[in-house]
Write a protein that binds this ligand. Structure first.
Ligand code: 5GP
Length: 190
């Protein structure tokens, strides 16, 4: 497999990383393609199969684990699996593009371990866990129970932020976007 470059954006959900990821993908100077992850969780809101995620049943997901189809995978929440398919990386690198990952901290650090010289790891940090909670409630797509679960995960992820090469604090979205673009451009041009 031809290996291209990897940009890992990790952050607790609600940190604004999806918005930042979108600007990177829209930026034609960067030539990045989004790595569509596989998951066994059901679609949320308007999410589409093949665009936001590859939505698999737990049985199918587990069969793919056995087939060694994943570059990395994880049971992010009990019974809910998420992972990066090797075929997804082959698709993107095969087209001569670089990969953008919007995945969790453990997955992101695993990608760095697998492709150490080709990977840039960026952690997007929310101003506080309280702000995260407000953002998740405003999104209106999760129950209180799910929000509590996400906030708990956020605490664990924030504790590992210093394992990333760069931490970008998202208290001002425009400034955070600018900083991420600068870091990514430097890495891709290095
Ligand atoms: P959500 O359910 O909010 O879409 O995602 C839940 C968590 O799973 C997020 O932290 C997200 O970054 C993470 N995630 C998404 N795709 C992957 C993946 O391919 N691998 C890993 N390890 N985590 C992922």
């Amino acid at each position: 497999m031809k290996i291209g470059k990897c940009i890992v954006l990790s952050a607790p959900s609600g940190s604004g990383k999806t918005t930042i990821a979108k600007q990177l993908l829209d930026d034609k100077t960067l030539d990045l393609v989004f790595s569509v992850s596989a998951t066994s969780r059901p679609p949320r809101g308007k999410e589409e199969h093949g665009k936001d995620y590859y939505f698999f049943s737990q049985e199918v997901f587990k069969a793919k684990i056995k087939e060694d189809a994943f570059a990395e995978y994880e049971e992010v929440y009990p019974g809910m699996y998420y992972g990066t398919l090797k075929s997804e990386l082959e698709r993107i690198w095969g087209a001569g593009k670089n990969v953008l990952f919007d995945i969790d901290v453990v997955g992101g650090l695993n990608i760095k371990k697998s492709f150490p010289n080709n990977t840039l790891t960026l952690f997007i940090k929310p101003p506080s866990v309280a702000v995260l909670g407000e953002r998740l409630r405003a999104r209106n797509t999760d129950t209180e129970e799910k929000i509590a679960m996400r906030l708990e995960k956020a605490e664990t992820e924030l504790a590992r932020a210093n394992e990333f090469e760069h931490i970008v604090i998202n208290d001002d979205l425009e400034a955070a976007k600018k900083e991420v673009k600068r870091l990514v451009t430097n890495f891709l041009n290095a």
